[in-house]
Design a protein around this ligand. Sequence first.
Ligand code: FAD
Length: 497
Amino acid sequence: ADAARIPALVVGSGYGGCVAALRLAEAGVDVHLVELGMAWDTPGTDGKIFANTTKPDYRSFWLRTRTKQPLSNFLGFPLDKDVPRHTGILDAEEFGGITVYQGRGVGGGSLVNGGMAVTPKRENFGSVLPTVNADEMYGVYYPRANAGLGVATIDPDWFETAECYQYARVGRKHAQRSGFPFLFVPDVYDWEYMKKEQAGTVPRSALAGEILYGNNAGKKSLQQTYLPRIKATGRVTISPLHRVTSMTPASGGGYTVVMEQLDTGGTVTATKSVTADKVFFAAGSVGTSKLLVMLKATGALPNLSNEVGKGWGDNGNVMCGRANHMWDATGALQSSIPTAGIDNWAAGGAFAEVAPLPTGIETYASFYLSITKNPHRATFSWNPSANRVDLDWQTAWKQPSIEMAKTIFDKINSKEGTIYRTDLFGAYKIWGDHLTYHPLGGAILGKATDNYGRLHGYPGLYVIDGALIPGNTSVNPFVTITALAERNIEKIVATDL
Ligand code: FAD
């Protein structure tokens, strides 16, 4: 039988997918939004929707039987533990040379991320998205994205006194004593709520260590911003626990999309198909790249550009910790939401966030996530014998990132007379160089697609997520992903409907 026909299907419900669904629906188009992960709208066995970062459980990881925590060790003890296999919220997807962390659920990465909502400095934009008009982005689309996401900056007076930001004040002191510019990093967390958490008048979320496996209060993920607006249009059907697996051009136009429905153990319970006039790839940099590479290589969409799968970068992510002196205590109570940054991008290629170590005890440690100008780019390719898509990133390619991060932390260590922590990533390992939180690229704007995300070779197919961005945004990526999606969908709604 012929599959049901719909005007638009969106694959994935992160930033790109939510922007596409909202703007299409507002333009009067009925949309089917298909999401691999769960809805995350129902409390678990403890009455909470999301698990705590300090106590991973069945909700925490995507189809794993053992956790794979980004910080694998503490004081010499491995932290990972067995968990029941479940369609949990954080995917630690392993490729040969890198583990790529991603959110799984309606809301995508917004469910698990730190909410750090940073617009790149305008002087750096030319290297972030070289084919995009900066005046339009900074005049229209970055402001639209910041407003839509609810971005705000911490009250600087409160920052000076809040117990939960002692770690960030120590980070600032050390940065400034070494002559590095310090700045506040905006976030989508509700800062008024956090003040109440610190005052003890509301249930704690950021101050209870919630972050990597979701926040039960305070954080404005897409569940609090774009998704309610999407639902209010009445035009969007959302299907959680559905995985798009294939798509081919349909006779009579459009594309027949095949998807599998999963149960919470990850077992396929049904296979469905639907024909859509337009399909928007918003499965994230990795998800979109994997689909496109597979569809081209297996002959489902053979005319996709040879650029599909290329230009993937890790946003130069690298982590490290420093051991402070006893007089530089970082505090037993730490907000899980970072708010302080050290900018050495122009001089050293690194932008470092002062990150929390929400262990609940005094650690005398400063912890940092650096975003660096790593020049390496990897390629996704189809592996026919294994029936999967591989990524050729090499662990050694993180070395430039380490060198760039060292332009900040070697100097601070020498000024403070301190050393790196060697207990956070396994025995005597200083650098967290095995992972990224910020996958970008694989279907680069202006290469695999035209300058608005239209895939070459197939009218009606679009990319609208982080896969469009050529590997680095110089800061945390989701504001740029959202702003670019707003720009592209405006053009598509105006000219392609
Ligand atoms: P995503 O948000 O990844 O959404 C893609 C969605 O598609 C997912 O929900 C996925 O389940 C779904 N999907 C995948 N494959 C399929 C399929 N085949 N069928 C159906 N659905 C599919 N960025 C910042 O700017 N600031 C931060 O503080 C920050 N912190 C982070 C912390 C962590 C732990 C992580 C993991 C990420 C963090 N990020 C941060 C990165 C940010 O979350 C991502 O850049 C962003 O979510 C990417 O948006 P996207 O729309 O491209 O894709």
